[in-house]
Design a protein around this ligand. Structure first.
Ligand code: DCP
Ligand code: MG
Ligand code: MN
Length: 333
């Protein structure tokens, strides 16, 4: 979630930034997911390119960079800016929609709806909470806090409390924090927690039982003072907020309860990055497999997914689809 942090080690960082901004514009304002993906692909390429790009022509030889993006790179190199982006920045309606989508729970569709209802500022939103869902109301209440990045050390402390509290319920629970934290980032946008239990497999655990389990875990986390808000609580997914102590900001916390047999596919998925996941899933398809956050399944010649492959580690997934293993820290792109 949120804005990706700039990577100052990358010699093409300024290109990545303006392309990333164009991607957000296509997603949030134009609602053109194809253009969004095209820009994200170009960012993914440039983010790992080892040397400074000197011309659009040079960029064009790289995957995901075509005529249009190479022209933008030339314009940026020659003038230090981009006319298209300047125009977007000046456009009042896109400024407002951009602001509204920064509220947790407000997506581009809702933002456009609110805008057409005459909502122009966060204050307008505060006065019109009847137009908002519970999630969006929480998002608005903690607007400033949720935009603050979470330092790694703070997540580590939260991790310790989660592990302590949850294993007090049952020592057999396994708890792992995924997302950008597991990829080793110094700061994260939220805390993506995954829990599993050896007795909980996808074939023998009914919905009622799951709700009970997750509910009692959340109750315990509330009691110890860590969890402060619930956005939503389902049978396998909790979305909410936590706070380490009253002097620190309120942080977005997600907890997912996953069956033991699907644990490693889930860990892989929630570790990301989203761009890395896209690439790995595309590679799986080339090898006649379908990979998602639950399972890895072979595609027969008919294209119909078969039974899930048994997976006993994250590495198994890489091996089976013959994708070179990458440590979590190497999964940015
Ligand atoms: N994910 C994905 N595709 C999406 C959204 C999420 O594959 N559209 C996966 C990959 C992400 C992970 O879920 O890494 C967690 O999602 P976050 O939005 O929390 O992203 P990160 O943890 O990577 O970054 P941040 O520091 O902003 O939270
Ligand atoms: Mg995250
Ligand atoms: Mn998340």
């Amino acid at each position: 979630m949120g804005k990706r942090k700039a990577n100052s080690n990358n010699p093409n960082n300024d290109f990545c930034e303006f392309l990333g901004e164009l991607a957000e514009y296509e997603k949030n304002i134009n609602r053109n997911i194809h253009k969004y993906q095209a820009y994200r692909k170009a960012v993914a390429t440039l983010a790992t390119y080892p040397t400074r790009i000197k011309s659009g022509h040079e960029a064009k030889s790289l995957p995901g960079i075509g005529e249009k993006i190479s022209k933008k790179i030339d314009e940026f190199l020659q003038t230090g800016k981009l006319k298209k982006l300047e125009n977007i920045h000046q456009d009042k309606s896109s400024q407002i929609i951009n602001l509204l989508t920064r509220v947790s729970g407000i997506g581009p569709v809702k933002a456009q709806k609110l805008f057409s209802d005459g909502i122009m500022t966060l204050d307008d939103l505060r006065k019109n909470q009847d137009k908002l869902t519970h999630h969006q109301i929480i998002g608005l209440r903690y607007f400033d806090d949720f935009e603050k990045r979470i330092p790694r050390a703070e997540i580590h402390e939260i991790e310790n409390i989660l592990k302590r509290e949850i294993t007090e319920v049952d020592p057999k629970y396994e708890i792992i924090i995924c997302g950008s934290y597991r990829r080793g980032k110094p700061e994260s946008g939220d805390i993506d927690t995954l829990i599993t239990h050896p007795d909980y497999t996808s074939d023998k655990f009914n919905k009622k039982h799951k709700i009970m389990v997750l509910k009692s875990i959340i109750e315990k986390l509330k009691k110890c003072g860590l969890v402060t808000e619930t956005i939503s609580l389902g049978d396998t997914k909790f979305m909410g907020a936590c706070r380490l102590n009253p002097d620190l900001p309120t942080r977005r916390l997600d907890i997912r309860f996953q069956p033991y047999d699907q644990y490693f596919c889930s860990v892989l998925y929630f570790t990301g990055s989203d761009v890395f996941n896209q690439k790995m899933r595309a590679h799986a398809l080339e090898k006649q497999f379908t990979l998602n956050e639950y399972t890895l399944r072979p595609l027969g010649c008919t294209g119909i997914p078969g039974e899930p492959v048994e997976i006993t580690s994250e590495r198994d997934i890489f091996d089976i689809i013959e994708y070179p293993y990458k440590k979590p820290e190497e999964r940015e792109n």
